[in-house]
Design a protein around this ligand. Structure first.
Ligand SMILES: [Zn+2]
Length: 349
């Protein structure tokens, strides 16, 4: 028996390093730098992959290649299980079709395909490419949809909180900031139709709402807060001020925020001030230094992934790694950056 045990032990020691370099049960979130667009790759503990948005098209494949590099060289994957489009703007679905020509994509998800898009005169052509890539089998998500994903133990759940201007039922505790809502003119663009995606992994809670704009944010979060508080928040709409309504941001009260801004897009001082007024916020990470603002108007340099203008940008991303039990997470800039650790707040509504 002793010999048998020793054999098993040594086998474990030999085998485990092969797996140790891989996932170790973590949930990984890669905020890929696409210069002011959005592309967020989530890899679950079992290796299931979800790409939310795909950056800008063309540009010699700049954003497509950054996504592929993250997928293949960082996440060590050769396909995508799910490709999601938050809404129909080019900085969000620019590479779904071109990616599908290079890697298998098993499922396409979106908010439903509109017949036309007033703000994009080339929508017909672009959507034809998307339809072809998805073989006309993309699935439309609606507010209230939920998905339980395989996770090796810690429960992993995705909830669609907003889609096509509809929002989940306004249950939950009263939003103490609700009276601060000041409506803006109606936003007829597709931003207002963005998907809002809540991901929960045990106690850890991540929220990503595409480019959802001001009035839809208020519709979702007043008078009650049906989402509760959030650990990690992908700042909405690249940090632009027609999103990030304080009644929304202050109510979710994130501990860590990651802003997918560009050197000259997003990262607005109003949004940064709103984030700064959140009681629990420890750190704001920016994918870019906003080159039009002074250093005192943005997050400290240690939390900025890229400082150069787009022409010289290396496209460094931000990564969050959530522990296998969901109780804590680490955030780092680039593959070798300092890992800052945070505890999940487990404050359910
Ligand atoms: Zn956008």
């Amino acid at each position: 028996m002793a010999r048998c045990f020793t054999f098993l032990l040594s086998l474990t020691l030999i085998v485990s390093p092969l797996f140790a370099g891989e996932k170790e049960g973590t949930l990984d979130i890669y905020f890929i730098d696409v210069e002011g667009g959005a592309a967020t790759l989530i890899v679950t503990p079992t290796g299931e992959s979800i790409l939310i948005d795909s950056g800008y098209p063309d540009l010699n494949g700049r954003d497509r290649d950054r996504i592929l590099d993250t997928l293949k060289n960082q996440a060590k994957l050769d396909h995508l299980d799910h490709a999601v489009v938050s809404h129909w703007h080019l900085d969000h679905y620019g590479n779904h079709a071109s990616l599908s020509a290079l890697i298998p994509i098993h499922n396409f998800w979106d908010r439903g395909i509109p017949d036309a898009l007033q703000e994009d005169k080339n929508f017909d052509t672009r959507i034809a490419d998307y339809r072809a890539a998805s073989q006309n089998e993309s699935k439309a998500l609606t507010a209230g949809d939920t998905f339980e994903l395989d996770s090796n133990g810690t429960p992993l759940k995705v909830t669609i909180v907003a889609a096509s201007r509809e929002v989940i039922e306004n249950t939950g505790e009263a939003n103490p900031f609700a009276s601060e809502h000041e409506p803006k003119p109606v936003d007829n663009s597709d931003n207002a139709s963005s998907l809002g995606i809540l991901l929960e992994f045990g106690d850890f809670r991540f929220l990503c709402c595409g480019d959802l704009t001001w009035n839809t944010e208020a519709k979702l979060m007043t008078p009650n807060n049906p989402i509760g508080k959030i650990d990690l928040f992908m700042v909405t709409h690249h940090g632009l001020p027609n999103s990030n309504n304080p009644v929304f941001v202050k109510a979710i009260d994130p501990v860590v925020a990651v802003m997918c801004n560009g050197p000259k897009k997003g990262g607005h001082p109003d949004t940064i001030a709103t984030l700064g007024s959140c009681k629990s916020l420890k750190h704001l990470y920016q994918l870019h230094r906003n080159v039009t603002l002074g250093s005192e108007e943005q997050t400290p340099a240690a939390y900025i992934a890229n400082s150069e203008p787009t022409e010289n940008c290396e496209g460094i991303g931000v990564k969050a790694t959530v522990a296998a039990n969901g109780t804590s997470y680490e955030v780092q800039i680039g593959q070798a950056g300092t890992r800052n650790k945070y505890e999940s707040r487990s404050s359910k509504h």
